[in-house]
Design a protein around this ligand. Structure first.
Ligand SMILES: *Cc1c(COP(=O)(O)O)cnc(C)c1O
Length: 434
């Protein structure tokens, strides 16, 4: 591969540009003659000699080797392969971590990150509201492997000290919290972790693990704010088009070996076809999509907050957002501009009757609206709506949901790329009918 002489360093360009062009020279593939990176689909790779094959096995999962800039020796898709590797380079850069390891889904990434961070007898302390399957993983599966979970209120960070035990190894949370859009202060949780770690040996330290799916690296980079490990679903805003599933773990190079071995043996690899879609469609359009979704979300939040049937609107970009200073501090794009994302949650004033007004609204929209679709998932180019109380968060007991700020009249909106006038129009008509 011929190396071109560039007139500037890659650090001189902004992230938005980097997400489109990837690394200047990737050693993962001959990038030089394709405008779009080639899609490689090969479960096994030709090894020129036994010696080279042996070398490939020795080098596999070595962070030094991966970061050396040498062309890797590929052996078998489940170990490593080029299309995924290119996506991983760009994602590691976007999140500001040394390494990224992708997985078949967000859940495969989360189980791998917890799987490498915890051993039998150890504990994770998680925020009381986490993504439903993460909750199920922690409460149904981790205990089978001898790992325990405790839940705490990460919005009251001081209260966590009382819940940490000598066995605690991971502090786990999402911010913004789904669906209430409350923010957890990353720098504050880092301070708590440092306080806990002050009296601990290196190998007993607690790690700060953050699910960055809602914000995406465009709106928030938790590693820069003190997190040790970032996990995220690529199925949502990062993939962006609702066509592929994927997940990623981004961390320091010390985790590379463990994560690669975990992925090899548990087998949750991202298919090259999905990796390619996320690499050539998802990441290059991430900034543009987020910028547009944010503009629309601002307008929708304003419209809703002025509507007589709406009680409260939780959108980090609203003037009236309860945690506005934290939102501005924590949710920033790579150029330092405020980036509140495209997710919002609003609570309707209660109607009369046994069925909540929120459920009626969502049902009306499902049947009659053009721009808003009733579906779970989020972060697509189409605006999606759902009723968390009875759908995504139905597994939690009602009392608990209420205690955690979830309301039967609450509605979650994931803003897409439609013309904002049309989204508001569809909401306006629906609100008239309920
Ligand atoms: C969707 C989601 C996940 C899980 O990702 P999958 O790709 O569906 O496995 C995890 N965390 C959050 C916050 C999510 O929204």
């Amino acid at each position: 591969m011929e190396t071109r002489k560039r007139h500037a360093r890659k650090e001189d360009y902004r992230m938005r540009t980097h997400l489109i062009h990837g690394n200047f020279e990737s050693k993962k593939w001959d990038y030089d003659h394709h405008v779009i990176p080639p899609i490689s689909h090969s479960t096994a790779f030709r090894l020129d000699s036994v010696h080279r094959g042996a070398q490939g096995f020795v080098q596999f999962a070595s962070a030094d080797e991966a970061l050396s800039g040498h062309m890797p020796i590929y052996i078998y898709d489940r170990l490593d392969e080029p299309t995924r590797s290119m996506l991983e380079e760009t994602l590691a850069y976007a999140e500001g971590g040394d390494v990224c390891i992708t997985f078949a889904s967000g859940m495969a990434a989360i189980s791998a990150a917890l799987g490498v961070a915890l051993r039998q007898g150890q504990e994770v302390l998680a925020h009381q509201i986490v993504y439903g399957c993460t909750y199920s993983l922690m409460t149904n599966w981790l205990p089978r492997f001898g790992m325990r979970v405790r839940f705490g209120d990460f919005l009251k960070s001081e209260s966590l000290l009382a819940q940490v035990t000598p066995a605690t190894r991971v502090l786990y949370f999402e911010t913004p919290v789904n669906p209430t859009m409350e923010l957890i202060d990353l720098a504050e949780i880092r301070r708590v972790a440092d306080q806990i770690n002050a009296g601990r040996e290196e190998k007993e330290r607690v790690l700060v693990m953050v699910d960055n799916t809602f914000a995406t690296p465009y709106c928030q980079r938790p590693l820069k704010l003190g997190a040790d490990i970032v996990v995220e679903s690529l199925t949502k805003d990062i993939g962006g088009f609702g066509t592929d599933m994927g997940g990623a773990v981004i961390a320091s190079s010390a985790w590379y070996n463990h994560l690669m071995l975990f992925r090899k043996d548990f087998g949750g690899v991202l298919t090259p076809r999905s990796a390619w879609g996320i690499l050539v469609y998802g990441l290059p359009t991430l900034a543009t999509r987020m910028i547009n979704q944010q503009k629309t979300a601002q307008r929708v939040a304003k419209f809703l907050s002025e509507h007589p049937k709406v009680d409260t609107v939780a959108y980090p970009g609203s003037e009236c957002f309860a945690q506005k200073p934290l939102a501005h501090r924590q949710m920033q794009n790579p150029d330092g501009k405020f980036a509140p994302g495209g997710m919002l949650y609003f609570v309707l004033k209660g109607g009369n009757g046994s069925v909540s007004r929120a459920e009626k609204l969502v049902d009306y929209i499902a049947e009659h609206a053009y721009t808003i679709t009733l579906a779970v998932s989020l972060g697509q180019i189409k605006t999606l709506i759902e009723h968390p109380f009875s759908m995504t968060h139905s597994a939690l007991p009602d009392e608990q949901k209420r205690a955690f700020g979830m309301h039967p009249e609450g509605v979650r909106l994931s803003i897409g790329l439609e013309d904002w006038h049309d989204i508001i129009r569809d909401l306006e008509i629906a609100l008239e009918r309920v």
